[in-house]
Design a protein around this ligand. Structure first.
Ligand code: PMP
Length: 392
C-alpha cells in the first residue's frame, strides 16, 4: 500500500540553505531563510528569554500535561500587546489558546472557519507559501487576488473587487503587518477602508499576525487587527511569537477568536480545543512559558521591547540604505524604503536568480524574495552591485 506514495519535492528554501552551507566563498550572502539576523549575521537567543528560561528551569516543579489550550497565562499575557486598550478582551469577546507556532494558529483558524461553514478563503498573492498548503490540506478553496500594485504599494482595488465579489460564508486571510513575502503593508487609512468593506460584505477576517514589532512598532503593527476587533462583529487571529521573541524552533504561537459575546467565543474556542486535540493534542510548553515569564515581569518586558526596537531599527536602516541606492540595473529599490518587515520581492527572473548565486554568491529564494536582515553595512554594497550586474 505504501508503495503508492511518490517522492515529493524538497522544500525549496531548505534546499537553498544546504547549497549556501556548501559554498566555500567567504563573502557569500544568505538572503534566503526567513530568520532575523544581527549586523554580525547571527540569530541569538534574546537576553530576556535567556533570563526567563533560567528562572523557568529553577522554578518549574512539574511537566505534567496542561491541556489542548496550552498555557493560558501566556495567551492572556500577550493580549494587551496585541489588542491594546483598557480591556484587551472586550469583556470576554476575545479569548484564545496556545498553538505550536503561528503555523499551528493559521491551521486552527482555517480549520475552525471551515467547521463554521466557510468553504472559500480569499487571499492576496503572492503570500507565505504555507497559507495555500494549509488551505489545500484543510479542504477549503483558495480564491486568489493580486496583493502588490506595480508601484510597490498594496493593490487595494483588487482586494476591494474580491471582497465585493465574495459569496456568503467566505473568509479573507490578511497579513496583520510585515507582509511575507512582499513587505507591502496596508496603511492605517487602507485598513479603515478594508474594515468598511468587511462590514459591508460580511466576509470573515482571518488575520495572520506573525511579525508584530518588526514593522513600524508594536502598536502601529497592530493597527489593522485592532481596527477589525473595534468595528466588526467577528474575526479569527493567528499570532506567532517565533520572530518577535526569536523562538523559531520552540514553536510559540496563539490563536484568538473574537465573536459577538463571551459565551459564543468560548463555544468557538471549544471547537478549537477539539481540533487541537485531534491534531497535536497540546502545544509544546517551554517557549510559551518563557514568553509568559517575560511578560509577567516588567523589567524583562522592557528588555524585550528594547531588543525588538533595535531589530526594527536595523531592518529600517537596511531598507533606507537600499532605497537610497535607487536603481540597481533594472531593479528599482526605492519602494523598499516604504515597505516593512523582513521581506521584499525583487523582480528578477529564474536566470538572474541563478546568475546572482553562481557569479556573486548571493543566495535568494527562487521567487525573488529576499530577507532584508541578511544584509549588513558590510555586504549591502556588494549586493547592490551584484543586482546591477545581473539585471543591467
Ligand atoms: N505566517 C507568516 C506570514 C509567516 O511568514 C510565518 C513564518 N514564516 C508564519 C505565519 C508561521 O510562523 P511560525 O514559525 O511561528 O509557525
Amino acid at each position: 500500500m505504501l508503495d503508492t506514495l511518490t517522492q515529493q519535492p524538497p522544500d525549496a528554501l531548505l534546499a537553498l540553505i544546504k547549497l549556501y552551507d556548501a559554498d566555500p566563498r567567504p563573502a557569500k550572502i544568505d538572503l534566503g531563510v526567513g530568520v532575523y539576523r544581527t549586523a554580525d549575521g547571527g540569530t541569538p537567543v534574546f537576553a530576556c528569554i535567556k533570563a526567563a528560561e533560567a528562572k523557568l528551569v529553577a522554578e518549574q516543579d512539574t511537566k505534567a500535561y496542561l491541556g489542548p489550550e496550552g498555557d493560558m497565562g501566556f495567551v492572556h499575557a500577550l493580549m494587551p500587546h496585541i489588542f491594546g486598550g483598557e480591556d484587551p478582551s472586550q469583556g470576554g469577546r476575545i479569548d484564545g489558546m496556545q498553538t505550536p507556532g503561528g503555523t499551528g494558529a493559521v491551521r486552527l483558524a482555517v480549520a475552525l472557519a471551515k467547521k463554521a461553514g466557510v468553504a472559500r478563503v480569499l487571499m492576496g498573492t503572492p503570500s507565505w507559501p504555507n497559507h495555500a498548503q494549509i488551505m489545500a490540506d484543510t479542504g477549503v478553496e483558495l480564491v486568489a487576488f493580486n496583493h502588490a500594485a506595480a508601484d510597490g504599494s498594496a493593490d487595494l482595488d483588487a482586494l476591494a473587487a474580491a471582497l465585493k465579489a465574495a459569496q456568503p460564508g467566505d473568509a479573507v486571510l490578511l497579513h496583520g503587518c510585515c507582509h511575507n513575502p512582499t513587505g507591502i503593508d496596508y496603511t492605517p487609512a487602507q485598513w479603515d477602508a478594508i474594515v468598511d468593506l468587511l462590514a459591508e460584505t460580511g466576509v470573515l477576517p482571518i488575520i495572520d499576525l506573525a511579525y508584530q514589532g518588526l514593522g513600524a512598532g508594536m502598536d502601529e503593527d497592530a493597527y489593522g487587527t485592532r481596527a477589525v476587533v473595534a468595528r466588526l462583529p467577528q474575526a479569527l487571529i493567528a499570532y506567532s511569537c517565533d520572530k518577535n521573541f526569536g523562538l523559531y524552533r520552540d514553536r510559540v504561537g496563539a490563536f484568538y477568536v473574537f465573536t459577538r459575546d463571551a459565551a459564543q467565543t468560548q463555544a468557538a474556542l471549544s471547537n478549537g480545543h477539539a481540533l487541537a486535540r485531534a491534531n497535536w493534542s497540546m502545544p509544546p510548553d517551554h517557549g510559551a512559558a518563557a514568553v509568559r515569564m517575560v511578560l509577567e515581569d516588567a523589567a524583562l518586558t522592557a528588555n524585550w521591547l528594547e531588543e525588538l526596537a533595535s531589530m526594527r531599527a536595523r531592518i529600517r536602516q537596511v531598507r533606507d540604505t537600499l532605497a537610497a541606492s535607487g536603481m540597481a540595473g533594472t531593479v528599482n529599490l526605492v519602494p523598499l524604503g516604504q515597505q516593512q518587515g523582513m521581506f521584499a520581492m525583487l523582480p528578477l527572473d529564474k536566470e538572474q536568480i541563478a546568475a546572482i548565486r553562481a557569479d556573486h554568491a548571493v543566495y535568494m529564494a527562487g521567487s525573488g524574495r529576499i530577507n532584508i536582515a541578511g544584509l549588513t553595512t558590510d555586504n549591502i554594497g556588494t549586493f547592490v552591485s551584484a543586482l546591477a550586474a545581473v539585471s543591467g
